[in-house]
Design a protein around this ligand. Structure first.
Ligand code: SF4
Ligand code: SF4
Length: 182
């Protein structure tokens, strides 16, 4: 179901430089959008949810920065790239969405689920760490119980964690290191 719209738009609540910021963040061609709606009509996610690609891009172009960045629907795109292939103006809507997501995270809007998965990545070097079931399955397939990744190589994990710390990714997601790991 479409979301209720605000009846009154206050100009002083809009960020007139927002579209430019999105363009600089990777959604370079956002301002080419002519609001034809091909992206929305093509979007497999929008068929099952309230997510509307065209509307998201329109709001971003108009400067509804906080509304756009805090909107949970921003995370419903599966990055399938259908809209990117079909957009008649070459806006590359998927790139716009990825840029908006990066901006959302920098502004502190991140879903708890994403924080959890990111936490696994910081701790194990894998967003989906191996579990008991997969260990058993690997053995049954004749593979080593532990894959030759950061799970097996502590040095590689240290390197990944070093990079993430330098980038401040651990702080960004509020990751809590255990004693001695900081
Ligand atoms: S398909 Fe392209 S031009 Fe049309 S509304 Fe979507 S982004 Fe804008
Ligand atoms: S890339 Fe995202 S917005 Fe575009 S069609 Fe796929 S799910 Fe929809």
């Amino acid at each position: 179901m479409a979301k209720p719209q605000k009846n009154i738009i206050r100009l002083d609540e809009l960020d007139m430089d927002f579209a430019e910021a999105v363009a600089k963040a990777g959604g370079e061609k956002i301002n080419l959008c002519i609001q034809c709606g091909t992206c929305t009509a093509s979007c497999p996610s929008g068929r099952r949810t309230a997510f509307r690609t065209r509307q998201l891009i329109r709001r971003a172009m108009l400067g509804f920065r906080d509304e756009v960045l805090s909107d949970k629907d921003l995370w419903l795109c599966t990055t399938c790239f259908t809209c990117l292939e079909r957009c008649p103006r070459g806006v590359d809507p998927t790139d716009v969405i990825i840029a908006l997501r990066n901006m959302a995270v920098e502004a502190g809007y991140m879903l708890d689920q994403h924080k959890r998965v990111s936490g696994y990545f910081v701790k194990y070097g894998h967003a989906v760490p191996i579990n008991e079931e997969n260990r058993k399955r690997r053995v049954s397939l004749g593979l080593s119980e532990i894959p030759p990744t950061t799970h097996k190589h502590k040095k590689a994990l240290d390197e990944v964690q070093g990079i993430l710390k330098k980038m401040g990714f651990d702080k960004l997601i509020g990751f809590k290191w255990e004693k001695g790991e900081e």
